[in-house]
Design a binder for this molecule. Structure first.
Ligand code: ADP
Ligand code: MG
Length: 737
């Protein structure tokens, strides 16, 4: 195969360097073959998957420790990239050292001993060393074993802090003995890589292992064909890996990382586009042809007119449903944007085409709320949705399941119990998934298999209130078409957010009380259920409720809702608040979704720095839902600058999409919005906040590549295709379409 051949040739052309004392020796091939692990002289592509044990200096213990962090073979080691570099410079002459600087010297050891000290805990090792220009003392603290390990006559490199007064001495920070196996300077000279390490397998050992693997790195298989490399001007994979591990300048790792990130994003985009293509070309769905019979009744019954945004999205969905190919659409819109109506219209279209629709939600509370809403929306058309959750008593549940199986229940709302409980549908045509980010790509596919009536898959509409930045949408949801309802429906009130500090607490309570006196209601949100949770001093709902009802809110009716209550108790508390029987609801994030009390106008959030930005935005969306504007009072004393930036953003913008972008900038995507999911969308090299441009490029190139070679079977694409299959192990037939 061509890429292997070039790397072999290049390796061969460079003269193997036998002497380990030459810094920066290109490929220590001779060294690799000199020890007990005799190897052929020329590394080839097959070497990439050789076990780590073939490397000199890697015994059984090291192999086990490496395996514990997922490093089994040369290729995996070569892809274990440094997280940063120590910027050391090249070795200097002792005579040239200046007082106070940090420097590397290259010396011979003359003598070494442990120096007695008065302090029992302190052990100092002192050595005399020299080079051609002079001699100096070197000291190590608390590494007494060095007095035994190092021998007079050892050739060494030492990095440390130089002092010329009161006596000439170097306090060692790093050192290495030359000729002991590793290349000279690996720990002490130039840009020294720092690898993600463990206690068992320190960065120093990893550095030596990578150094031993150096001859193999140029044999890294090349995934990207020449046409792609040329188009985005990227180095070869081998060059990129060499530059990451053995950089000659600070710029090298930057372009190398860009190459590895691009490749990772490309593989992901190829897979995601292939998933979508597979759905849209290879699988059949029931075409839900709109007759208008039911949808028109639902529309006429609406207590409001749809906004332009809702109309636009509803039309997109209606068109998708009418096709004989499964719809895979993600509908984004922040809390209260009006997604449910769009879902209701889609359900109505399914029913008028003679199919069933299922609405899947993550929690029981949300299921019940959706049932009420859909019941109202669909009533004008004479459709009564049924609820199926784990809470429904057994006999009743069986009755409902029967109605689903015979098709007399056209619309079903339920939790995941609906899918795992073995509920059979008569003719399932549409699945709506609310808050879909809890499902990964593979789970999405499994959902669709419920389709009946000869179709391969049901249409799927995912709805999420968590605004997803475009970059993230392209990765985590790259297999979906994305629609967004921006802005809020008419009539929805502004929410003024204020960041309040502890010394304004009394004033904040008075603000809340004045709303309550005017007949409105309020929420107090706490991060913890009860005191002592998570061993912090953050406020807890249980204690706050007790404190408030005895103190600042003694004249009001205070309710309490949190996740540790029995479901009935929690439901009762929420119902009492919804009915206006309590004025103030002290709660945890259980109210984040699934409670709609138009009379609630104020929310006070405690320890807001303990919530994510998206979560805070979602929470405050619970107020301002009626005729009066909302107020959100946020208590927080963030400990970090990022924490301050997030709160400032929350106060300044009410646009969830803007907030999501800001969140991505501040936090990186690793933990963004609790969206962490495992599977093919995990990124190792790429950072979405930094690689937006590469992502867009990868998306474009992936489309071109799949157009030219749909199965990625041309020789130049074969390795890329293999990488895609490996990234999507649960979809083995992904590229067969
Ligand atoms: P979400 O996007 O959070 O699911 P919903 O669909 O639940 O939002 O809508 C939130 C509220 O806004 C509901 O009470 C709904 O009746 C109302 N609503 C939806 N669309 C409109 C509209 N076009 N005009 C006025 N009110 C609307
Ligand atoms: Mg909703």
């Amino acid at each position: 195969m061509a890429p292997g051949a070039t790397t072999r040739a290049r390796c061969h052309n460079r003269a193997p360097v036998a002497s380990v004392s030459v810094p920066g020796d290109a490929f220590g091939v001779a060294r690799a073959s000199a020890g007990r692990h005799a190897r052929p002289q020329r590394p080839g592509p097959g070497w990439w998957r050789e076990p780590l044990g073939v490397l000199p200096g890697v015994g059984d213990a090291t192999r086990r420790r490496a395996a514990a962090i997922g490093l089994h073979d040369i290729g995996e080691l070569a892809e274990h990239l440094p997280s940063r570099y120590l910027a050391y410079d090249s070795a200097r002459a002792i005579a040239d050292l200046a007082d106070g600087e940090e420097a590397t010297i290259r010396v011979e050891l003359d003598s070494i001993a442990v120096v007695p000290t008065r302090r029992r805990r302190l052990r100092i090792v002192r050595a005399r060393v020299h080079d051609d220009t002079g001699a100096i003392t070197v000291v190590w603290f608390n590494q007494a074993y060095l007095a035994e390990a190092l021998q007079p006559g050892d050739q060494m490199m030492i990095r440390g802090q130089v002092a010329l007064k009161p006596q000439r001495q170097v306090t060692a920070r790093a050192h290495e003995v030359l000729g002991a196996g590793a290349s000279a300077g690996v720990h002490t000279e130039g840009l020294v890589p720092v690898y993600p390490a463990t206690e068992d397998l320190p960065a120093r050992k990893l550095r030596e292992m990578v150094d031993a693997a150096r001859p193999y790195v140029p044999a890294a298989p090349e995934l990207l064909p020449a046409w792609i490399r040329a188009r985005v001007s990227l180095p070869t994979r081998a060059d990129a890996l060499m530059a990451m591990h053995f950089p000659r300048s600070a710029r090298e790792p930057r372009s190398a990382r860009r190459r590895l990130a691009f490749e990772e994003l490309l593989v992901l985009q190829l897979g995601l586009i292939a998933v979508r293509r597979h759905e849209e070309t290879a699988r059949r769905a029931q075409a839900l042809t709109p007759t208008g019979e039911i949808t028109s009744k639902v529309r006429e019954g609406l207590p409001f007119t749809l906004t332009g945004e809702q109309e636009r999205v509803a039309r997109q969905v209606a068109r998708d449903l009418a096709r004989p190919r499964p719809m895979r659409r993600l509908l984004q819109g922040e809390v209260g944007a009006g997604k449910t109506v769009v879902a209701a219209l889609a359900c109505a279209q399914a029913v008028e085409a003679g199919a069933q629709a299922a609405i899947l939600v993550p929690t029981e509370t949300l299921a019940e709320q959706h049932l009420r809403t859909l019941d109202q929306l669909l009533a004008p058309a004479g459709i009564a949705p049924v609820l199926i959750t784990g809470n429904v008593p057994r006999a009743e549940r069986e009755r409902r399941e029967m109605a689903v199986a015979t098709g007399t229940a056209p619309v079903v709302v339920g939790t995941q119990a609906l899918l795992v409980g073995g509920v059979r549908f008569h003719r399932l045509g549409l699945v709506v998934v609310d808050e879909q980010h809890r499902f990964g790509v593979e789970q999405r596919q499994a959902l669709a298999e419920q389709a009946g009536d000869g179709a391969d898959a049901a249409h799927l509409l995912y709805m999420t209130a968590t605004p997803i930045p475009r970059t993230l949408a392209l990765t985590a949801y790259g297999d979906l078409r994305v629609s967004a309802i921006r802005g809020r429906p008419p009539g929805r009130q502004e929410i003024a957010t204020q960041w309040v500090h502890e010394d304004q607490r009394d004033h904040a309570y008075e603000q809340v009380r004045s709303e309550l006196r005017a007949g409105r209601q309020a929420y107090v949100i706490c991060p913890l259920v009860t005191e002592g949770d998570a061993g912090t001093d953050a406020r807890s709902a249980v204690q706050e409720a007790a404190r408030l009802v005895d103190g600042p809110f003694r004249d009001f009716r205070v309710g309490l809702a949190h996740g540790a209550q029995k479901p009935d108790e929690r439901r009762a508390a929420m119902a009492a608040f919804a009915a206006g029987d309590t004025d103030l609801l002290v709660a945890t994030t259980v109210v984040e979704v699934g409670i709609d009390v138009p009379n609630a106008t104020v929310m006070l959030i405690e320890d807001a720095d303990r919530f994510g930005l998206a979560q805070l935005h979602q929470l405050r969306g619970r107020v301002g839902r009626g005729e009066h504007p909302g107020t959100c009072l946020v208590f927080a004393e963030p400990a970090s600058e990022d924490g301050v930036r997030r709160l400032e953003a929350l106060v300044q913008t009410g646009d969830g999409f803007r907030l999501a972008d800001i969140d991505l900038d501040i936090r990186g995507e690793g933990s963004i919005m609790g969206l962490r999911q495992s599977g093919p969308t995990d990124l190792r090299f790429a950072r979405l906040s930094r690689d937006r441009h590469s992502l867009a490029q990868a998306r474009r190139i992936a489309k071109v590549a799949l157009e030219r070679d749909p199965r990625l079977e041309h020789p130049e694409h074969v390795l890329l295709g293999a990488a895609v299959r490996q990234a999507f192990p649960d979809m083995p037939r992904l590229l067969d379409a």
